[in-house]
Design a protein. Structure first.
Lengths: 200, 624, 409
């Protein structure tokens, strides 16, 4: 089954995924109109600044077992058995933050959502783009990402890509650019970011 | 690093640390807060790989090799990075050159009697400069008529009617010929900037080398054009700087006087303010309000201009501008243009400080606009001063937790030659003999990506410890003054050779040469040294450094230093890492074209090593 | 296999589910002194405040027992456990067990004050008690809350939300003194008082007075306060009266090892009654909180079927969102004055948040967060998994600290 795979090494912090996620969870699903909606749609993927101030995409991993699901006082957090996605029922959530206290990845935020009754603030996190999947579309963040930091594929295919890349580097002809080998440009950029962050 | 508190992590300056704490308690958002919110900044843009030049885009190139490798038009990474750099150069050159143009306008209008309050302060320099343009006094000529004629000639430098910017003749012949042969000679100040915008339009110049070469040419139209004209005309109108004492840091604000802070760049505004403060009608207003006096202090380059000519104290540099307002002691802050953060109005709204903008080119949120033109400048200045004095009674609590640091500034080239006894020989002998190993221009801005003032001060310290004379301008000069490098006693920080020479001449080991347009003074000095040794600028044991730069102006300055033959080390990395070809050209290949290169080194200790090695290798090549 | 679970709270429920997940044929009996089906105890404060009603706080559907083939025995209390015979005695019955889980929870700690038998003096532990409080609220003019801990805090919030003037009497200098440090405590105190809560510190109630219902209270400083409703939240004590010390080892609670087993291999304990190894205290301790009960119940249940799951250790932790303040705490937040502990903190006056971190042996052992608590789970994970910290500690203090900051590139 295809799933959202994150390759943090490739994140450039452009935040197009956040933009796409918010738009995908708006009422209009169109960027300009979405920016005028009340409440404003919010992203469920969060790009933070890593140790070198590089981008790091953080989202819900839909864990199994899910600490948030076990911690939820009201049973608002449940699992969709078809996709394995961990979802939050806006009706039952009481905004107690027990889930946030349990999430080892800090993936949960609290805001209101257009289908949350009475504009109440509730726990929100990635919902694996269930609506888009139902229309045969891939998750919005993977669609937006141009570097391959977020992809929508099976775990096997992602692993295979990685092992192929490693195999190429040790083969006699293996000099080409691969997943593992970064370009000279990326190496220079990364070295500079490392140096700058070490000075702070 | 744990023992540094969160304020010490942002700045090395005591007044900065204390005011950061106050700003936090006063709920003021600072530039550092906004920088943190922006992280992570987009890697495409940091690498120069995003392009917004046309609406077939916007485009970006994936540096990981899998996403798009070309923009919609077909431009690859080299072209996109080159175009982006050129536009930065153009913007920076435009800022300096427009500043120069405003001064030329005043010079012209003085001649017509339409520049109220302005006068020719340095008549000798006026005539000397005019003579460079083959303008000699005829019968009936006075300063005003010479000024008009000179202004006309300077206006031509901005135009299309020349094939070479005249002031490039000040460079050594070898350098001039190199420029001519490389196609780098700038033809007109506005022309080169316009051509940059033309070339970087979609579908014009798509050769990454030719794009960059034109960029270097544009930067030369700034350094040997717009900036140089700005400096010379400012000297003519307001006086050529001579060494005098001044003071630096927020302690220059006075608890019992009306404090006016001038921020921005062009002395056409700040000089008028200063003038208006000394008028008798001002004294009367002060008495009425019960203020003991009126105190003008500067921020950034306009502060440097007043410091250089009048010894006016400087309250701080770029990153300090919000914190200075947070003292609560600023009755009015007057701004013109460049490096003025649009956040200042919001900061001032939390105190009694009145923010006044003065340039029709520069509006800001939360500021009252009192527009200055050459015709009305003095009247507007009086209005501004009255506003400030009126506001004095609205002061709340003030926080001035430090004593000002004394410093000596005003080292124009004329002043340096004078200090050397009338010729550059003592300096040349000291360099030849090795007591002074070489000289470095430490210039440029502040940037929250580098701990405030740490880059400037650390680099300067290492250099002077190693008998390298430091000439500084801009925010760097303010940082070094604040660090105490600019009094006679500062020679204690210098190595034995530098200590001896500076001690004998009675000058500090770090010479405050002025504002950012005054980097042109460094070019003039470098030319004088090169001519005396009969070599090119690129042969001299010189270097440039911009340890904490942020602005597009700095990109232009860096380029014109390198294009003039001066090896220049940058602290923050410019957006070039997206193209290894361009990185290699700028850090290596340019040696074959202009005899100098860039280097990037954010750690000032390591930057000092690079510069030292460079200077020693130049000395060796010269056989000294 | 005969499984008996004493207790109908969340520990018992998760244990039952664990057992049934593994053993589909064994019999499971669940005994409870409450008569309602399992409900979310932390939500009773929401019932008090009026955010929800008692019918909406159940955590399992009505057919829960039938679906899992569990025999519920409600309204019964255990009188004795006969260990050699492997039997438990209820009021009238005796039941056999092969594996026994004691998840009897805790009862409110009594206080030392005269006049406690007056009407309208309540504890707030069960939904039944909250329903009684709600009835009495119709006539309440002024309420008194004893205790600044979690129960007292939530009780005060609920009453204030209903527009009832409340005075909170606490023994320490600031509320939540078991959870927070002095800095956070004073921030909280300030915030409560700004909201109109009358908080008296360093005091206790010595006696209540009134005719049949309470009408006032005398405080330890001699002052008198009128009140017509009292809620006591002075902590809880494990419900282990039916256990004889000779048979099962106890301290403050029933001692269990990392498999949730007591000193008797067929008897397990989980939840508020169990005292197990605390990760940061590094000694047996009771952390009477919901997520612990969940985890311990799951492990105990699985191990009752013969598995050997290990509990890393419990961790005290809480998150509270009320009075416009968000507070998250975990572990040891007031370490002894000892150079082996590293403490870093930041009170950001502009963003109005406070964070404090306590480290020992290069591992995080305690955290206090006031506001911007959304990513607190990161810190808990570091504590629970005892991860050695390999990045600059000052990173913890930034509001933008997140998972990516912990990874080396």
């Amino acid at each position: 089954m295809k799933t959202l795979i994150v390759n943090p090494q490739k994140c450039l912090g452009c935040m197009q995924c956040m933009f796409a996620c918010a738009t995908a969870h708006s009422q209009s699903k169109m960027p300009f109109q979405a920016s005028l909606e009340k409440p404003l749609p919010r992203s469920r993927i969060h790009i933070g600044a890593g140790q070198m101030n590089e981008g790091f995409p953080n989202r819900c991993r839909h864990c199994d077992p899910a600490p948030c699901l076990l911690a939820c006082l009201t049973g608002a957090i449940y699992r969709d058995h078809d996709t394995g996605s961990v979802l939050i029922d806006p009706e039952k959530c009481i905004n107690c933050a027990s889930c946030a206290m349990a999430c080892p990845f800090g993936a949960i935020r609290f805001f209101t959502y257009h289908s949350a009754f009475g504009n109440k603030t509730i726990a929100m996190k990635c919902d694996n783009c269930m609506d888009r999947r139902a229309q045969d579309k891939i998750p919005a963040c993977a669609q937006a990402c141009k570097t391959g930091a977020l992809t929508f594929e099976t775990l096997e295919s992602a692993s295979k890509r990685k092992t192929n890349a490693i195999a190429r580097t040790i083969s006699p002809q293996g000099q080409e650019l691969s997943d593992c080998q970064l370009s000279d440009e990326m190496n220079l950029y990364n070295a500079y970011k490392q140096q700058l962050s070490a000075l702070c | 690093m744990m023992n540094q508190n969160k304020y010490q992590q942002k700045t090395i300056t005591t007044d900065g640390q204390l005011l950061l704490k106050k700003a936090e308690q006063d709920q003021i958002e600072t530039v550092w807060d906004r920088y943190e919110e922006q992280l992570p900044q987009c890697g495409y843009c940091e690498m120069g790989l995003s392009c917004r030049v046309c609406m077939m885009g916007p485009c970006r190139i994936d540096p990981f090799g899998q996403g798009p490798q070309k923009g919609v038009c077909g431009a690859d990474a080299d072209i996109i990075v080159a175009r982006n750099i050129d536009r930065m150069i153009a913007a920076g050159a435009a800022a300096h050159s427009d500043h120069g143009r405003d001064l030329v306008e005043v010079l012209f209008k003085i001649g017509k009697g339409k520049a109220q309050g302005y006068e020719i302060k340095d008549s000798e320099k006026l005539r000397r400069f005019a003579a460079e343009y083959a303008i000699y006094p005829e019968d009936g000529d006075n300063d005003l008529s010479i000024a008009s004629k000179l202004a006309r000639a300077l206006m031509d430098e901005f135009s299309t009617c020349q094939s070479e910017i005249f002031l490039t003749k000040r460079a050594p012949d070898k350098r001039l010929n190199l420029w001519r042969e490389a196609g780098l000679i700038p033809r007109g100040i506005d022309r080169e900037i316009v051509e940059t915008m033309h070339r970087t339009h979609m579908g014009v110049d798509n050769g990454w080398q030719s794009i960059l070469l034109h960029g270097l040419r544009t930067s030369l139209s700034d350094g040997w054009g717009g900036s140089m004209i700005a400096t010379e005309v400012s000297d003519i109108l307001f006086g050529t700087p001579q060494p005098q004492t001044n003071a630096v840091n927020v302690g220059v604000l006075k608890p019992d006087q009306v404090n006016i802070v001038v921020h921005g760049h062009n002395p056409v505004v700040s000089e008028m303010i200063l003038h208006a403060c000394s008028l008798p009608e001002t004294k009367q207003l002060l008495d009425e309000k019960g203020a003991k006096g009126i105190n003008v202090a500067g921020v950034c380059c306009t502060g440097n201009e007043l410091l250089m000519r009048h010894g006016v104290p400087v309250a701080g540099n770029h990153l300090m501008s919000e914190l200075i307002i947070a003292t609560g002691a600023v009755d009015a802050m007057i701004v013109d243009y460049q490096c003025i953060m649009p956040s200042l109005g919001a900061v001032a709204a939390c105190y009694h400080t009145k923010m006044i903008s003065t340039s029709d080119k520069a509006r800001f949120p939360g500021m009252v606009h009192i527009e200055f033109h050459p015709e009305n400048a003095l009247n507007q200045a009086k209005e501004v001063v009255k506003n400030a004095i009126d506001n004095f009674s609205n002061r709340g609590d003030i926080y001035l937790p430090v004593e000002p640091v004394t410093s000596v500034g005003g080292f124009s080239v004329e002043a340096i030659i004078k200090a050397l006894g009338g010729t550059p020989d003592p300096l040349i002998d000291a360099i030849k003999g090795g007591k002074i190993r070489g000289a470095v221009g430490v210039v440029g801005c502040n940037n929250p990506k580098i701990k405030h003032d740490h880059g400037h001060v650390t680099l300067t310290k290492r250099l002077i410890e190693n008998d390298i004379l430091v000439l500084d301008t801009g925010c760097a000069a303010i940082a070094n003054a604040k660090a105490g490098f600019k009094v006679a006693e500062s020679i204690q920080y210098a190595g034995p050779g530098l200590k001896e020479v500076c001690g004998a001449l009675g000058i500090p080991p770090v010479l405050h040469m002025g504002s950012c347009v005054d980097n042109a003074r460094i070019l003039v000095l470098a030319s004088a040294l090169a001519n005396a040794l009969q070599v090119d600028i690129s042969d001299l044991p010189l270097a440039g450094a911009a340890p904490e730069w942020y602005s597009e102006k700095a990109v232009s300055i860096g380029c014109y230093f390198v294009a003039s033959g001066v090896y220049t080390v940058l602290g923050p990395m410019p957006p070039i890492t997206g193209s290894m070809n361009i990185v290699k050209l700028l850090t290596d290949g340019l040696n074959d074209v202009v005899g100098a290169t860039f280097a990037v080194e954010p750690d000032p200790e390591k930057a000092a090593d690079l510069i030292q090695k460079h200077i020693e290798s130049k000395r060796q090549a010269l056989g000294i | 296999m005969k499984y008996i679970i004493i207790g109908n709270g969340i520990a018992g429920v998760h244990a039952a589910e664990s057992i049934r997940h593994i053993d589909t044929s064994g019999t499971i009996q669940m005994i409870s002194d409450e008569t309602t089906s399992p409900y979310s105890r932390p939500m009773i404060s929401h019932v008090l405040a009026g955010f929800t009603d008692s019918q909406k706080i159940h955590i399992r559907p009505p057919n829960f027992y039938a679906q899992l083939n569990i025999e519920p025995l409600f309204g019964k209390r255990i009188t004795q456990i006969d260990i050699p015979k492997k039997q438990i005695h209820l009021d009238a019955n005796t039941l056999d067990y092969d594996r026994l889980l004691i998840a009897s929870g805790a009862d409110p700690r009594p206080i030392n004050a005269e006049g406690q038998d007056l009407q309208n003096i309540f504890f707030m532990r069960t939904v039944a008690q909250v329903l009684q409080i709600k009835k009495a609220l119709l006539k309440t003019k002024r309420a008194l809350v004893l205790g600044g801990g979690l129960v007292g805090f939530k009780a005060a919030y609920g009453l204030m939300h209903r527009g009832i003037p409340v005075t909170m009497i606490i023994g320490s200098q600031y509320p939540l003194s078991m959870q927070v440090d002095p800095t956070a405590g004073h921030l909280i105190l300030e915030s409560l008082r700004k909201k109109g809560l009358d908080v008296r510190v360093g005091l206790s109630v010595t006696s209540f007075e009134g005719k049949q219902t309470v009408q006032g209270a005398f405080l330890s400083d001699g002052t008198h306060l009128s009140c017509d409703l009292v809620i006591i939240g002075k902590g809880v004590l494990p419900s282990k009266a039916f256990i004889s010390d000779n048979d099962i080892q106890t301290q403050s609670g029933i001692l269990v090892d990392q498999h949730m087993t007591t000193n008797n291999p067929d008897i397990f304990a989980a939840g508020d009654v169990a005292q197990c190894y605390d990760i940061v205290r590094q000694s047996p301790w009771i952390n009477a909180i919901w997520p612990e009960a969940v985890l311990q119940g799951r492990i105990a249940g699985a191990n009752m079927t013969g598995k050997s799951l290990t509990h890393k250790g419990s961790l005290g932790r809480n998150v509270i969102r009320m009075f416009d303040l968000d507070i998250l705490t975990a572990g040891l937040v007031n370490p002894p004055d000892n150079s082996s502990y590293i403490v870093i903190s930041d009170h950001n006056a502009r963003n109005r948040y406070y964070r404090k971190f306590v480290f020992n042996n290069n591992r995080l052992i305690g955290v206090v967060m006031v506001n911007h608590i959304e990513q607190g789970g990161l810190f808990l994970s570091l504590i629970v998994n005892q991860i050695p910290i390999q990045f600059p500690l000052k990173n913890f203090l930034t509001r933008t600290f997140h998972f990516g900051k912990m990874l080396k590139k």
